[in-house]
Design a protein around this ligand. Structure first.
Ligand SMILES: [Zn+2]
Length: 243
């Protein structure tokens, strides 16, 4: 069991999962290879089993680095949805999935309204305000207040290894604390950007936990797209649900 966040410990009804490299690739249809897809499905089944989750109760988005948000219900269990980067549910027994291999997985739990969200964000999603959009949906449909929402961010590429060029840094000028300059190279901390956006939106800093593990650095533990530059992308699986 790979425990990534302790901020949700006081809520025993939550189920949080984050696979490691040893659980195998979790990305479905990574190529035209049926063999790889069958293996990924098998890896998922074993991992979900270990969390006590039936695969007919999970919802899978096909990520696009966009800002589309889907509210899922009981009837959506076992389904896959195209062009979605954030999932919301108020249904216990429905488990939200997403795959990551450097990007942020953001887990949100409104303990007052009993609603959860799972969000995928790289720099594009952060730039396009996916967190703000998710909060707007939570407010609109559940009357959520950010001060009642607990947020955890899963393992991702850290500011220690995420080298960027000026095209990206120029888009994040209002986050000077997210950049580290080392020997003429510029590194970027997307976790700091997410945390800054969250606090600016009214989330309480004591309700936010950012896992500090760097996917690029932990070669044996995590897949990293930027480190491995694989022809066929391999990913971890993030899972979030209420029992
Ligand atoms: Zn690192």
């Amino acid at each position: 069991m790979n425990k990534i966040l302790s901020i949700f410990d006081r809520y025993p009804d939550l189920v949080i999962g984050f696979s490691t490299k040893s659980d195998g690739n979790m990305r479905l249809k990574p190529s035209d290879s049926i063999k790889i897809d069958i293996q990924a499905k098998k890896n998922r089944r074993i991992f979900l089993d270990s969390l006590g989750i039936n695969e007919k109760s999970v919802v899978d988005p096909i990520l696009e680095h966009g800002t589309n948000i889907l509210i899922v219900n009981d009837i959506d269990g076992g389904k896959t949805f195209k062009n979605v980067d954030a999932l919301i549910t108020a249904r216990p027994g429905i488990f939200l999935n997403l795959t990551v291999a450097d990007c942020l997985s953001i887990f949100l739990y409104d303990h007052d309204k009993k609603v959860i969200a799972l969000v995928h964000a790289g720099w594009r999603g952060l730039q396009d305000k996916i967190i703000e959009n998710v909060l707007a949906k939570l407010k609109e449909f559940y009357n959520s207040d950010p001060s009642s929402i607990i947020v955890g961010i899963g393992p991702h590429i850290g500011g220690c290894h995420y080298e960027i060029q000026d095209d990206v840094s120029e888009k994040f000028r209002e986050y000077p604390g997210a950049f580290i300059n080392k020997e003429g190279h510029k590194f970027f901390d997307i976790g700091i950007v997410a945390e800054t956006q969250l606090t600016n939106l009214g989330f309480r800093s004591e309700n936010i936990e950012v896992n500090s593990e760097c996917t690029f650095e932990l070669t044996d533990k995590y897949f990293s797209f930027r480190r491995d530059k694989p022809r066929i992308i391999e990913t971890m699986l993030a899972v979030f649900g209420m029992k």
